[in-house]
Write a protein that binds this ligand. Structure first.
Ligand code: GTP
Ligand code: MG
Length: 150
């Protein structure tokens, strides 16, 4: 079963959007595999975004991610990496359609509320980085037959 790493960024936590965001993933039919709240260390945030280290906004992005509590999660489900990105919207909230998370809750690219992995391999790297080998469940929701045909 495919997994993805989702994080409510400090702006989303400060603005009280954690419940609404979790509700969207639950209502979609995805299953929660791990969840924790933490203030990320600079090392964790800079490793998470290391592919962007040459970008001019990288320093500000890392400082922002470390500026307060983040709610880090692993979610599982069919085609979840691609579909979660569609639920999240575009990188910039101003380019994100109404109905998407960033389209509904964000205004500026540097305060875009939520992170979602951009590919299956990235998701597994990010899950290992944020959760390691511990704390990620495997379980079968009893409602699976109402979400999946087989
Ligand atoms: P994440 O889910 O956070 O990884 O966003 P993304 O995959 O939609 O975009 P990307 O990985 O390219 O960029 C990571 C984060 O850097 C974005 O979510 C933004 O918060 C920030 N970012 C990207 N582009 C810009 C930019 O042009 N200016 C600023 N200030 N921040 C940016
Ligand atoms: Mg990204």
């Amino acid at each position: 079963m495919e997994r993805t790493f989702i994080a409510v960024k400090p702006d989303g936590v400060q603005r009280g959007l954690v419940g609404a965001i979790i509700g969207r993933f639950e209502a979609k039919g995805y299953k929660l595999l791990a969840l924790k709240a933490l203030v990320p260390t600079k090392e964790l945030a800079s490793t998470h975004y290391e592919a962007l280290s040459s970008k001019p906004f990288y320093g500000g992005l890392v400082d922002f991610i470390c500026s307060g509590p983040v709610v880090a999660m692993v979610w599982g489900g069919g085609d979840i990496v691609k579909c979660a990105r569609a639920m999240i919207g575009e990188t910039s909230p101003s380019a994100s359609a109404p109905g998407s998370i960033r389209g509904d809750y964000g205004v500026e690219v540097g305060r875009n509320v939520i992170h979602g992995s951009d590919a299956v391999a990235t998701a597994e790297r990010e899950i290992a980085l944020w959760f390691g080998d511990e704390g990620v469940m495997e379980w079968e929701p009893t409602l699976n037959q109402w979400v999946y045909e087989d």
